[in-house]
Write a protein that binds this ligand. Structure first.
Ligand SMILES: NC(=O)c1ccc[n+]([C@@H]2O[C@H](COP(=O)([O-])OP(=O)(O)OC[C@H]3O[C@@H](n4cnc5c(N)ncnc54)[C@H](O)[C@@H]3O)[C@@H](O)[C@H]2O)c1
Ligand SMILES: O=P(O)(O)OC[C@H](O)CO
Length: 340
């Protein structure tokens, strides 16, 4: 297969490296928007800013310039930018006929003239700007550094189009990566977005040394609120027990490679949000989509107390100890309040 990965951050680079070593001998091109970064990767055989210390496979091609031109002749295009760049990239790609999948995990955060609009999931953005694309998402518990080292990883390919699911499995299922297909793109995207917000909460919890009991409680109650939002948006309940739900939540909420978890830990240590974000050097999508998650939940009448506490923390309305006190100070509740 010919595969183009558009976006040369940590995850786009890792995914391109993995595909370029696939036993089927895929031809893989990694496209960077910054020509200087592309030429540095070509000469150094390394993405020194976003994935330092990982040698790029010799077969991996690097490109820059027009992203649509980079896709000509490809069998599969992968959008590996953050959520904030997805709309622009899909608008550019709207006329393509090959399957297109994105890797970003979040809700779009509306800005400028659209600030009052609801923030959208990636497939909702695609429906607005590129409805004729055959599209989907590749998600699941996956730290870029581990995939770049070919450490065992399981992903989920979600799309309503079987040809997109099949293309993603053919491209990425390998001796080190298992790719499971799922038709529930709503559930897969909700899991990938909300786990980032919840990882900020567990980072805060661990940064304040609140203990393992507290972290397990946050993960479990976080899964409940993620599931409630997903069901209200039309997802299937079992998706939240899968790789993009429980799997990615456990990884991101507990794994020290997580940027979102690190934001929570830095806030607990007294850093400002601006300092925390600046020190990462990478995107932490939970910072940008927490408010949107809370707004969409509120519009649907879905209770998401952990998400609300994270938003108040990020907005500076609550200090780290106050955010914890707010969660612990809630009235007693039934564990499964939605049971019929
Ligand atoms: N890093 C991971 O382990 C990982 C794993 C799974 C999913 N993801 C998701 O993948 C997405 C990308 O994450 P990342 O880790 O690669 O981020 P990163 O911060 O490492 O890199 C972001 C990349 O996007 C590029 N970019 C930003 N705006 C762009 C634009 N307008 N056009 C083209 N390129 C643009 C940047 O130049 C950079 O190369 C995020 O939504 C993230 O949640 C990341
Ligand atoms: O580093 P994070 O917090 O963006 O998480 C990376 C991946 O999404 C984990 O699956």
């Amino acid at each position: 297969m010919k595969i183009v990965v558009l976006g040369a951050g940590a995850w786009g680079t890792a995914v391109a490296m993995s595909a370029a070593q696939h036993p089927a001998g895929h031809q893989v091109t990694l496209w960077a928007r910054n020509p200087a970064q592309a030429s540095a990767m070509q000469t150094q055989h390394e993405n020194t800013h976003y994935l330092p210390g990982m040698a790029l496979p010799p077969a991996l091609q690097v490109a820059s310039g027009d992203p649509v031109a980079a896709c000509y002749g490809a069998d599969l295009a992968i959008v590996a930018t953050p959520m904030a760049a997805l709309r622009g990239m899909l608008t550019a790609l709207q006329g393509l006929s090959m399957p297109v999948a994105w890797l970003c995990k979040g809700f779009e955060s509306p800005t400028g003239a659209q600030a009052a609009d609801a923030g959208l999931l990636a497939h909702e953005v695609c429906a607005q700007v590129a409805p004729s694309l055959r599209s989907g998402v590749l998600s699941g518990p996956s730290f870029a550094q581990e995939v770049a080292r070919n450490q065992p990883t399981a992903l989920v390919a979600a799309s309503e189009h079987s040809s997109v699911r099949e293309a993603l499995v053919a491209a990425f299922h390998s001796p080190s990566v298992r790719v499971y297909a799922n038709e529930d793109i709503v559930g897969v995207e909700v899991g990938g977005a909300v786990k980032n917000v919840l990882a900020i909460a567990t980072g805060l919890c661990d940064g304040l040394a609140l203990g393992l009991n507290a972290r397990a409680a946050l993960i479990t109650r976080g899964l409940a609120e993620m599931t409630r939002l997903g069901l209200a948006l039309g997802a299937r309940p079992d998706t939240f027990m899968g790789l993009s739900g429980l799997g990615d939540l456990v990884l991101t909420a507990t794994g020290d490679l997580s940027r979102n978890r690190r934001v929570g830990m830095l806030l607990a240590q007294g850093h400002t949000l601006a300092q925390a974000v600046e020190s990462l050097g990478h995107v932490a999508e939970g910072v940008y989509c927490a408010r949107t998650v809370a707004q969409r939940a509120q519009a649907l009448g879905v209770d998401m107390p952990i998400t609300r506490a994270v938003v108040a923390l990020l907005d500076g309305r609550l200090s780290p100890p106050e955010a914890v006190a707010t969660l612990m100070g809630r009235d007693p509740a039934t564990e499964f309040a939605d049971r019929g």
